[in-house]
Design a protein around this ligand. Structure first.
Ligand SMILES: N[C@@H](CCC(=O)N[C@@H](CS)C(=O)NCC(=O)O)C(=O)O
Length: 216
């Protein structure tokens, strides 16, 4: 059955691969599933046709036959459950990998997203610098904890899993701030994820979309 995901027609990140379709593309590449992409403008994302698939008017979505999913974490989980390669066979190891998926999205991602939203929404406020310092400290707290937990291991719990895929996707969003560089083992962890052939294919495909939209 054909899998179709949605992505930005022209990603606001300039092709850096930070939009959340990249993590879905990456998961599909890891498990070797072909997929189509339907590109959406911001206007199309607010229209009833898309809102029927994604109630919050966001990307990505995932369609496969009668099944429609939204939320990148749920989509990656679905892909990992249906295909070998992203979750371990051992029940306890699988439960731990799923725990890391939740940790990525509900413990590590929120302060990182708060920082990027603050830049857009509050960047012109007199108190912005103070707020940024506070947000950076919240991020450092989480990264310090994650760094200790990862130690000198390659991946969070044994073999590479959907937990790593989501955690690395989340950490990529803080790379440009320089904060990630304060944690050499986390920088190396992200680089390891980005070196995976499946990630490279996913990144190249989303970049090709951005380049085509930019006329080059
Ligand atoms: N929690 C959602 C967040 C989705 C999300 O924020 N998508 C962004 C692109 S990465 C988006 O569509 N932004 C446009 C908007 O919210 O209007 C997920 O993980 O899928």
């Amino acid at each position: 059955m054909t899998i179709t995901i949605t992505a930005f027609e022209r990603s606001p990140d300039g092709g850096k691969g930070l939009a959340r379709d990249t993590r879905v593309r990456w998961a599909l590449e890891e498990v070797g599933q072909p997929y189509d992409v339907r590109l959406l403008s911001f206007k199309a994302m607010r229209e009833p046709e898309h809102l029927a698939l994604q109630p919050f008017g966001q990307i990505p979505t995932y369609e496969e036959g009668d099944l429609v999913l939204f939320e990148s974490g749920a989509i990656v989980f679905h892909i990992a459950e249906r295909h070998a390669g992203l979750l371990p066979g051992d029940a306890n190891a699988r439960a731990r990998a799923i725990t890391w998926m939740f940790a990525a999205l509900s413990t590590v991602e929120p302060p990182i997203v708060d920082r990027s939203i603050a830049r857009y929404v509050e960047g012109d406020k007199s108190w912005y610098d103070e707020r940024l310092t506070m947000l950076d400290e919240r991020i450092r707290k989480r990264l310090g904890e994650l760094s200790r937990s990862l130690g000198d291991a390659d991946w969070l719990d044994g073999a590479f899993s959907a937990g790593d895929l989501l955690m690395i996707s989340v950490l990529q969003r803080i790379k440009s701030s320089g904060i990630l560089d304060e944690y050499p083992n986390l920088s190396a962890y992200v680089a390891r994820g980005e070196a995976r052939p499946a990630y490279k294919r996913a990144f190249a495909d989303q970049l090709a979309v951005f380049k085509a939209a930019s006329g080059g």
